[in-house]
Design a protein around this ligand. Structure first.
Ligand SMILES: C[S@@+](CC[C@H](N)C(=O)[O-])C[C@H]1O[C@@H](n2cnc3c(N)ncnc32)[C@H](O)[C@@H]1O
Length: 217
């Protein structure tokens, strides 16, 4: 899926993935992320998630990666802040206090140096990227070596997958991340009734899964 597809989704206001609350599974599993107040959290493909403010309130340094300038503008308006803006390699960097947003292509993240990332919250990021890019995506986690990754993903029939969120097989998370991480499925909840748009696509099963990946030491 190219970046223009996502930019257009933002231009057309087609951002149905956005939840108007802090993600309940982030709050539920936050204690497993064994963070200290000043630890650094990465939100890949962050959109305009409200988790940003919640994580800042917990005292964290927060880095988001997002391609859309509309998302970044909406965060600015919502937080009522002024960015400091600079260029860093392939990214435009927006900074406000402990928040940094890297605007650009997530796959270029290894081209810049970042403060060490302590934990990652991947909500609907893994399923947003093209399935053929999953190995490259997992390599970024291997490169960053965060202590924990919490993944919250929709999972449904593999055959029905033509556009994001892309379907995946449960084992894929394990095979992609296991070289560096121990992975646990924390929960898997059937959600079809709550997502009529997926029901309309004749999807038989639709789950929200939460996985925790802990860096092997
Ligand atoms: C499904 S949304 C998930 C948003 C967010 N994680 C949330 O929970 O609201 C995917 C987001 O990633 C952005 N995106 C997609 N591919 C990207 C890439 N390669 N680099 C940076 N951002 C990307 C899109 O613009 C979109 O906002």
């Amino acid at each position: 899926m190219d970046l223009d597809y996502w930019k257009k989704r933002w231009q057309d206001n087609q951002t149905h993935w956005h939840v108007d609350r802090i993600h309940p599974l982030l709050q539920k599993y936050y204690p497993l992320l064994s963070q200290t107040q000043d630890s650094h959290v990465l939100l890949p493909l962050s959109g305009k998630t409200l988790d940003i403010e919640w994580l800042l309130e917990q005292g964290h340094q927060v880095t988001c990666v997002e391609v859309s300038d509309i998302a970044i503008e909406e965060i600015q308006k919502r937080m009522d802040i002024q960015w400091q803006i600079e260029k860093k390699g392939p990214f435009t960097v927006y900074t406000y206090q402990k928040l940094t947003i890297l605007q650009g292509d997530y796959f270029l993240l290894p081209e810049i140096s970042l403060p060490h990332v302590d934990f990652v919250f991947d909500r609907a990021a893994f399923v947003a990227i093209d399935p053929q890019d999953r190995t490259s995506y997992a390599k970024i986690y291997q490169h960053l070596q965060p202590k924990h990754i919490l993944l919250v993903l929709f999972r449904y029939d593999l055959t029905a997958s033509t556009h994001p969120p892309y379907a995946f097989a449960d084992q894929e998370i394990f095979s992609l991340l296991e070289p560096s991480f121990d992975i646990k499925l924390l929960e898997s909840k059937e959600m079809l009734e709550e997502f009529p748009r997926f029901k309309a696509r004749n999807i038989a099963e639709f789950f929200q899964d939460a996985y925790l990946a802990n860096l092997r030491i």
